[in-house]
Write a protein that binds this ligand. Structure first.
Ligand code: COA
Length: 571
């Protein structure tokens, strides 16, 4: 079929639905609903789709379109659930199971006939965006594929929703008043639920050190305690810890509140960095040991563990963004992991983003963004180089979720890349006005060939896990729920470590690295890439700074970007 996707943004779910439909042989176009209905009408007219699907739509499809075409809307709730803050209410209420429904568009929101739905389990750990990119995306894809199949059959009759159920299922937009934390009385569990229901957007509005902030990210703390609930009691790697009536919580990021209409920017930063000089000098920095006992309930973004001959270096940074400091800490942890007597070393292996490259928010907030970009790209390159030059063991990148730009190259620096089914790779830099670094000119062609590397970086489109394997970018697709990924990765890594060919493989890879180095040293790839990157970062005529600023400030495009709009034309 030819299917047109209508979406408010080319976000992770829209990209995933696109990739999954393409993987199944459909041709797919995309038009973004950016307040210009005529652009949508034109895309429908030119592409004449057999079916329209809206994976993530925050506005209505114009009536003339849904009357003339079957339009299927993805709603992140089970049949009967309605309203714009579905996941927020669900997480706040502490539900353990939920669902995603595919409904036909009608005049009333979420009131159309049901074409398909898929249930899901809500794990206790996930914040809203993490849940959305994991279990919700999995269920949404299942429901969309079933609905598309049913539509294609021409025989399926979607199920009507009864008026009484429709009225009962409506839940309104969740306001900040309903997200409020009462530090004097709310328990740690209640506070965590509030934070998770608001993460990553819009955050929980709260006062800290006399300033109004949106709090982002919530994790429990089992040892640190304070005298007064709400009090700031510690920092760790950019996160802050606040006392509660019965314990304490970690908050990873802060975003300043601004007066309505203010021109001052408001974007997330690591919490301690956002506080800056406000941070009282007496608040201690409490580092977490790299090898944290499994029973500890605390927050840390990098952990190392071992099972026999397998070392696992878990890391997870909000939004997959890696600042200079985060890259350096991860490199230090990687170097430690390399001192251990293991034969297979796994990187990643946890749910959600693997890495999205350098930290554009931290860069934007820096006194000298160009210098900070330079430091960040060097720190990222040092990390990638360490992986590329590890020749005494096999390395595996295990992607529980998506990776983009330098984050893809970090993954591909390892000997094997394993992707959870549904993970997306965006192996390109062009949309951020960057030539790219992280040894991509070595890493990508060696996996996929020169011409495919060029196509991937120029087309700037997402690659599904399955397609990544076909192209040679990845070796394995893992069929595991986000919560099961860690255990599955360790099981497969143990198999690899026990394989009789392992010693040979390690010897071969060492020889190959030496041969590659003699043909063209890694340093030359790095230097050549950095000539371009220096210009991208430091030359005021380059588009990068403007693109970064728009990205960080979440400025909306006015039209569907050409590389996305072109997609449908091929169909
Ligand atoms: N720096 C800072 N923040 C980043 C980031 C980066 N490199 N990459 C992603 N994020 C943040 C987003 O701002 C977003 O924040 P939010 O939760 O507050 O909304 C969050 O991570 C999730 O990203 P989002 O864009 O909503 O996810 P997505 O799955 O729809 O899209 C990408 C993913 C990777 C395509 C998109 O985020 C992107 O283009 N990132 C920039 C990649 C890049 O150019 N890196 C620098 C070059 S190495």
């Amino acid at each position: 079929m030819h299917i047109l996707l209508v979406a408010s943004a080319f976000n992770s779910l829209t990209q995933r639905v696109l990739a999954e439909l393409q993987d199944r042989g459909h041709t797919v176009g995309v038009v973004l609903a950016l307040g210009n209905d005529d652009e949508m009408r034109e895309a429908v007219r030119v592409q004449a789709p057999q079916l329209i699907v809206a994976p993530m739509l925050t506005s209505a499809i114009p009536e003339d379109i849904w009357r003339a075409h079957t339009c299927l809307i993805v709603h992140p709730g089970p049949p009967g659930d309605r309203g714009p803050s579905s996941l927020d209410w669900t997480l706040q209420g502490g539900a353990e199971s939920w669902g995603v429904t595919v409904l036909e568009a009608v005049a009333e929101m979420d009131a159309g006939d049901v074409w398909a739905w898929s249930p899901l389990k809500v794990p206790p750990v996930a914040g809203k965006s993490d849940l959305y990119r994991g279990e919700v995306a999995d269920a949404a894809v299942d429901a969309v594929l079933l609905a598309v199949e049913r539509f294609a059959s021409g025989r399926h009759k979607p199920q009507k929703q009864e008026p009484a159920a429709l009225a009962a299922g409506w839940r309104p937009f969740m306001k900040q008043a309903e997200r409020r934390i009462d530090w004097a009385s709310d328990s740690t569990e209640t506070i965590l639920r509030q934070l998770r229901a608001a993460d990553s957007q819009p955050g929980v509005l709260d006062e800290l050190l006399g300033v109004q902030w949106y709090l982002h990210g919530g994790h429990p703390e089992d040892e640190l305690r304070g005298d007064h609930p709400g009090e700031l009691i510690a920092t760790r790697a950019g996160a802050i810890c606040r006392a509660t009536v019965d314990g304490a919580v970690w908050i990873a990021q802060l975003r300043p509140w601004r007066e309505p209409g203010s021109r001052l920017p408001s974007y997330k930063l690591p919490a301690a960095e956002a506080l800056g000089d406000l941070l009282p000098s007496g608040v201690p920095e409490v580092p977490a040991p790299l090898e944290l006992p499994a029973e500890r309930r605390t927050w840390s973004d990098i952990r190392y563990s071992e099972q026999g001959a397998v070392g696992v270096l878990n890391f997870s940074f909000p939004g997959g963004a890696m600042s200079t400091a985060q890259c350096r800490r991860l490199l230090e942890a990687y170097r430690f992991a390399c001192t251990r007597a293991t034969s297979v070393l796994v990187l990643g292996g946890v749910r959600d983003f693997f890495s999205n490259g350098i930290h554009l928010n931290v860069i934007e907030a820096a006194e000298d963004p160009a210098q900070e970009s330079w430091a960040n790209i060097h720190a990222m390159n040092d990390l990638v180089e360490a992986v590329l030059t590890t020749t005494d063991r096999l390395t595996v990148s295990a992607l529980g979720g998506n990776a983009a730009a330098g984050g893809v190259m970090l993954a591909l620096a390892a000997d094997e890349v394993w992707c959870r089914d549904g993970a997306l790779l965006n192996p390109h830099y062009r949309l951020m006005g960057l030539h790219g670094s992280e040894y991509w000119t070595y890493i990508l062609p060696r996996r996929v060939g020169e011409s495919e590397a060029l196509r991937l970086t120029q087309s700037a489109l997402p690659v599904s896990a399955r397609r990544a394997v076909e192209l040679g970018m990845a070796q394995r697709v893992l069929q595991a729920a986000p919560e099961e990924l860690g255990a599955e990765v360790v099981r497969l890594a143990a198999e690899l470590a026990a394989s009789p060919e392992l010693a040979d493989r390690i010897a071969r890879k060492k020889a190959m690295r030496e041969q590659d180095e003699s043909i063209k040293p890694l340093q030359r790839y790095r230097d050549e890439e950095l000539v371009h990157m220096r210009r991208n970062f430091f030359d005021a005529r380059e588009p990068h700074a403007g693109l970064r600023s728009a990205f960080v400030r979440k400025e909306k495009a006015l039209h569907t970007p050409p590389h996305i709009a072109r997609l449908g034309m091929a169909g």
